[in-house]
Design a protein around this ligand. Structure first.
Ligand code: GLA
Length: 382
């Protein structure tokens, strides 16, 4: 009898072991799929890649502009839904976009009057933002087709995008070879590795311009989202959003996000910097050591329970509260993107660094490697 019981117990144990293992195999089902996304006016075929991790988190990326078109993550009840703004189709991205989800380059953010001097030579770039240069010019890295390579290794799912920006493109010196690798991990992280080399001295500052809305992907304002940024100062700007070169302590100002604070709490404050930005559109000087991957920001959205953490090796982050969204764009699922329906956390070197001797340098010389990493990590707080 005892022996029978023992055999029965062993039987039950082996069954449960098999079930556990089997479930593990079923859940570890990371995959990458690709589909056609359309053709550019110049006839280039564009693809849309869907990366799915073992938690069913899903990220879609197109090789047009390296745009992240959707990010499906669970809320506090485990319900998956999209948390970024964007379009359903390629034509809309080509027609008009406020840089939805894209890779920004060769120089993310502004360069004053579209000019900078490097090794005694002055370079002129397009002035596509009032009198300044913004986000790489007329045809920046957000508007080109990147060469895509799928990466499927054990526990790693990624998309490597490469682009060769020719000498003189958009006025920048040197041929710049850029590689941006998006990786989706089973920890619900999107890791972005930026790499670039050049054959002549140039300037480079790459970032990603995803507009997040952790509640509903842009149907409603982001003002209830709570934000933490590990920054003691911002680089204050003039009325054209060019840094004055100073560092302004955030203590006692609407820019103090050292503890989680609703974005909307001080967004209309009677403050000169807020007025210049029409809200938040500023570079935060991040604490910690540039070059070291560290947690620099956190966003918590109370209704969904979703949390976004941002880690980066960069010295700065542009916190943009979607002030220029004006309801003129209808995006995915018919969502109308009104003012402040999305926010960006663009990890970066400071704006206008090529003209600011006191800012960390954005010069890249032949033989050097431009390298940066940013992680957007999603979770929930119940
Ligand atoms: C950046 C800028 C903003 C705005 C957006 C795009 O984040 O800082 O001023 O130009 O891009 O609309």
């Amino acid at each position: 009898m005892k022996l029978q019981k023992f055999i029965f117990l062993i039987f039950i144990l082996s069954i449960s072991f098999m079930i556990t293992n089997c479930t593990r195999e079923v859940t570890i089902d990371m995959k990458i799929q690709k589909q056609a996304f359309g053709t550019t006016p110049g006839g280039q075929e564009v693809l849309l890649y869907t990366l799915t991790n073992s938690n069913n988190m899903q990220v879609q990326i197109t090789n047009y502009g390296g745009i992240i078109t959707s990010i499906l993550v669970p809320d506090k009840n485990g319900k998956l839904s999209d948390v970024v703004l964007g379009y359903d189709n390629l034509d809309s991205y080509i027609k008009v976009t406020p840089y939805f989800g894209c890779i920004v380059g060769r120089y993310g953010n502004r360069i004053a009057k579209g000019q900078f001097t490097l090794n005694g030579k002055t370079y002129s770039l397009a002035t596509n933002n009032g009198r300044n240069h913004l986000h790489g010019g007329i045809v920046g890295f957000d508007k080109v087709v990147w060469t895509a390579k799928e990466i499927t290794e054990k526990e790693v799912l990624g998309l490597e995008l490469s682009y060769l920006s020719k000498d003189g493109e958009e006025g920048y010196p040197g041929s710049l070879s850029a590689t941006v690798t998006y990786t989706l991990t089973n920890q619900n992280e999107i890791k972005i590795d930026y790499l670039a080399t050049t054959d002549q001295p140039t300037v480079v500052n790459l970032t990603n311009h995803s507009y997040f809305n952790l509640k509903d992907a842009g149907l409603t304002p982001i003002l209830d989202h709570q934000l933490m940024l590990d920054a003691d100062a911002i680089t204050p700007v003039d009325s054209t959003l060019i840094p004055t070169g100073e560092f302004m302590p955030v203590a006692g100002t609407p820019f103090d996000f050292k503890n989680l604070t609703p974005i909307g709490e001080r967004i209309n404050a009677d403050d000169q910097q807020i007025k210049y930005g029409l809200g938040y559109d500023h570079n935060f000087v991040l604490n910690g050591k540039m070059g070291e991957l560290r947690l620099i920001g956190k966003v918590y959205e109370p209704a969904s329970g979703r949390v976004l953490e941002v880690l980066t090796t960069e010295p700065g982050v542009q916190f943009y509260s979607g002030n220029f969204l004006d309801g003129s764009i209808t995006g995915k699922n018919g969502a109308v993107y009104h003012r402040r329906h999305g926010f960006c956390l663009e990890t970066q070197h400071y704006p206008d660094s090529p003209n600011q001797p006191n800012f960390p340098s954005t010069v890249l010389n032949p033989g050097e490697k431009y390298q940066a990493t940013t992680i957007y990590k999603f979770s929930v707080k119940k």
